[in-house]
Design a protein around this ligand. Structure first.
Ligand code: 13P
Length: 255
């Protein structure tokens, strides 16, 4: 294993939080705190916040992401956003297949795959989320499920496109619960994801893919989680809404 082969990426997922004015203010607060970071810094924000966030982040090392993208280029899909709308607005990354979208908005492994392909074809970087529920873990299906979700998401993704894919392992039971996976559980889950990528693209290529951990990562536990060989970054919910906490996590990724 060689972590140096892949970029460390710390991404915030703001979920349904912050108005455009609040987004701009939070980014202004974060900018000096994350300047010169040794990892990539991304903030994935609600769609309505994107213009304000892109403007506020200008000239800094913060890149802006979206929280979803539709798989069609245009058409009668009320409430959805196409990939070229995001790129034109200055978006560089997009979260796809978050467990909240799978749970509340009928996202499936098929639609995750289609959204991933649409994002990549438009030149976006895709942050694809996978993760097991507590019930699935207790039944012993974690490895099977993580590999299945990863392979489904990456179906028809070319080797070249894979360079723009990040997989975020987010155990559903650890999201927003304050219950973090142990560093070993995170490393193991991320390892299953990497093994699935290796089965599809070969071991050497799998070593180059950034695999994040997400789920109650915070200023207190980030360093230990990020010290693990398979944990190349984090997808941060609650702690990305606080400039101080988020910057501690960003710094931990550079250690
Ligand atoms: P929390 O960090 O709030 O647990 O959320 C994690 C997450 O879902 C990031 O996408």
């Amino acid at each position: 294993m060689n972590k140096a082969k892949r970029p460390a990426v710390i991404a915030g997922n703001w979920k349904m939080n912050k108005t455009p004015a609040e987004a701009a203010a939070l980014i202004e607060e974060m900018k000096p705190l994350v300047a010169g970071a040794d990892c990539k810094v991304v903030l994935c924000v609600p769609a309505i916040d994107i213009p304000a966030a892109v403007e506020a982040a200008k000239g800094s090392n913060i890149e802006i992401g979206a929280e979803n993208v539709h798989f069609k280029a245009s058409g009668a899909y009320t409430g959805e956003i196409a990939a070229n709308m995001l790129t034109e607005a200055g978006v560089k990354y997009v979260v796809i297949g978050h467990s909240e979208r799978r749970q509340y908005f009928a996202e499936t492994d098929q639609t995750v795959n289609l959204r991933t392909l649409a994002a990549l074809n438009a030149g976006l970087n895709a942050i694809v989320c996978v993760g097991e529920t507590l019930e699935q873990r207790e039944l012993g299906y974690t490895e099977t499920l993580l590999k299945f979700q990863t392979k489904m998401a990456l179906t028809n993704v070319t080797e070249e496109q894979l360079k723009h894919v990040i997989i975020a392992y987010e155990p559903v039971w650890a999201i927003g619960t304050g219950v973090t996976a142990t560093a070993d559980q995170a490393d193991e889950g991320n390892g299953y994801v990497r093994a699935a990528i290796a089965e599809m693209y070969g071991k050497e290529i799998a070593e180059t893919v950034t695999v994040q951990y997400g789920g109650s990562m915070n200023a207190g536990n980030a360093e230990e989680l990020l010290s693990k060989v398979n944990v190349d970054g984090g997808l941060i919910g609650g702690a990305s809404l606080k400039a101080g906490d988020f910057s501690v996590i960003v710094k931990a990724a550079g250690k």
